[in-house]
Design a protein around this ligand. Structure first.
Ligand code: DOR
Length: 455
């Protein structure tokens, strides 16, 4: 018998294809019922009906076939903090949630700040990662002069700066050092923007009250605004492009909407779904994260920014901590909540509720992260592109449950939430790895390539 020409065919799904009138980097989509054939990790044919044989066929009638979802902000804790998460468990959570590619953050222990430590992460991910992966390099006071070289390492998604301290030791709090870092190198730099000096001055608010409701009072709007204002000034001065992570205030959105030539913007599902004081009443320290979840007026303004084009990317900021750690009295409780597995269902539920279109959601997690970070050959269902695919059922009703969470932390702030819209299949580098909530193949993740790196 002749060998099947394809490894996999996805048949009969409604596919979000790049709009034919736009061949550029950031196409809008058209929906078409077509078949997609995959061989050797690539999409090789997209056609109304493909009748040749394949080793495996997915019948996707009634389902939507999306370019593979990219989560460009996750903390997977390896090395050093692997009781919270590791590269295997974190990427398993990713594919169960319909995420095909992750970019992982450098605030591990030790922090990822050298060639050796970066290479160590790549070695650890090899044959263990279920999703495709890239890593950020952390900027610190000790590697400033190296940073322009470090950002060019293969599979490096870029440089990360913490302007305010959060989990881990990475911190660049002063303008002079920031200016030096932005002055070395050319790729877009990602920034956790909270003002460290103001955080130190006001820490007593958290300590004296010992009440998590005061988390957004301690880390207040001004903490975020003054930091982002300083950052933008230095970005302009040095002519360096920045990506402002997890923007949490309406006031920053008012500033960032006029800075699109230099600053791209990320928001989180948490900031689009949860708000104070409700989240702290219900979840206590399990809603504690940096920057904090704030009152509803911020949520409303972030939604407006998401719809008017100020926002470029949705990431999860997956930041797991164990229950034992989260149960410590505030503010000894660590900041951060898991999210890589819930990003797709939470956002599909917002699509179902009419808060945003499916096309806008898909753009924010596929074509846009590819544009912002210069990802090679991903983000579109197009012949020749990597075969990373997320298949979803927009009508499926489910209740998010802690028992479904694959992260080592074993909990989600969205436990008990009823959603409509769910990932049914995850295809990573041409292999079906998740089907109906089950991981069906051992790890298939590959390192991600970028336009601007060496090699
Ligand atoms: O709440 C947070 N937790 N914010 C961060 O920026 C870091 C993260 C973590 O790594 O735990």
């Amino acid at each position: 018998m002749a060998e099947a020409p394809y490894d996999l065919i996805i048949k009969g799904g409604t596919c979000l294809l790049p709009h034919p009138s736009d061949q550029g980097l950031n196409p809008r989509f058209i929906e078409q019922q077509v078949d997609i054939a995959i061989a050797n990790g690539r999409i090789v044919k997209i056609k109304e009906s493909i009748n040749e044989s394949a080793k495996q066929t997915i019948v996707a009638n009634g389902l939507h076939v999306l370019p593979g979802v990219i989560d460009s902000q996750v903390h997977f804790r390896e090395p050093g903090l692997t009781h919270k998460e590791d590269l295997e468990s974190g990427t398993r959570a990713a594919i169960l949630g319909g995420v095909t590619t992750i970019f992982e953050m450098p605030n591990t222990n030790p922090a990822t700040t050298t060639v050796e430590l970066f290479q160590d992460k790549l070695n650890r991910a090899k044959n263990r990662a279920h999703a495709n992966y890239a890593f950020f390099i952390g900027a610190g006071h000790d590697n400033i002069s190296e940073i322009g070289k470090l950002e060019l390492m293969p599979h490096c998604s870029g440089v990360k700066i913490f302007m305010g301290s959060s989990t881990g030791s990475l911190l660049v709090e002063d303008d002079a050092s920031l200016e030096k870092i932005l002055g070395f190198g050319r790729r877009r730099v990602i920034v956790h923007s909270e003002d460290e000096m103001r955080l130190r001055e006001r820490k007593h608010i958290a300590v004296d009250s010992a009440d998590v409701h005061n988390h957004p009072v301690w880390r207040d709007v001004e903490t975020a605004v003054s930091s982002t204002t300083r950052l933008l000034k230095i970005a302009r001065k040095t002519g360096r492009k920045i990506h402002v992570l997890h923007v949490s205030t309406g006031e920053e959105m008012d500033i960032l909407k006029d800075q699109k030539d230099i600053a791209t913007v990320e928001v989180l599902p948490q900031h689009l779904t949860l708000y104070a004081p409700d989240c702290y009443d219900r979840l206590g320290t399990y809603a504690q994260q940096n920057p904090p979840i704030r009152e509803k007026r911020h949520l409303d303004r972030i939604w407006k920014a998401l719809l008017d084009g100020t926002v470029d990317v949705i990431g999860s900021d997956h930041a797991p901590h164990t229950r034992e750690e989260k149960d410590r009295p505030y503010p000894s409780s660590p900041s951060g909540v898991p999210g890589v597995q819930t990003l797709v269902p939470i956002m599909l539920n917002h699509v179902h509720d009419g808060k945003l279109s499916l096309h806008r959601f898909v753009e924010l997690v596929t074509t846009n992260p590819c544009r912002v970070f210069g990802v090679k050959n991903k983000g579109q269902l197009r012949e020749g592109f990597d075969a990373d695919v997320t298949i979803v059922d927009l009508k499926k009703n489910k209740t998010i449950d802690n028992s479904w969470i694959a992260s080592k932390c074993g909990w989600t702030p969205f436990h008990g939430m009823k959603v409509t819209g769910w990932p049914t299949h995850t295809i990573v580098s041409g292999k079906l790895v998740m089907e109906n909530d089950q991981v069906v193949l051992p790890s298939q993740g590959q390192p991600v390539n970028f336009e601007d790196t060496e090699g």
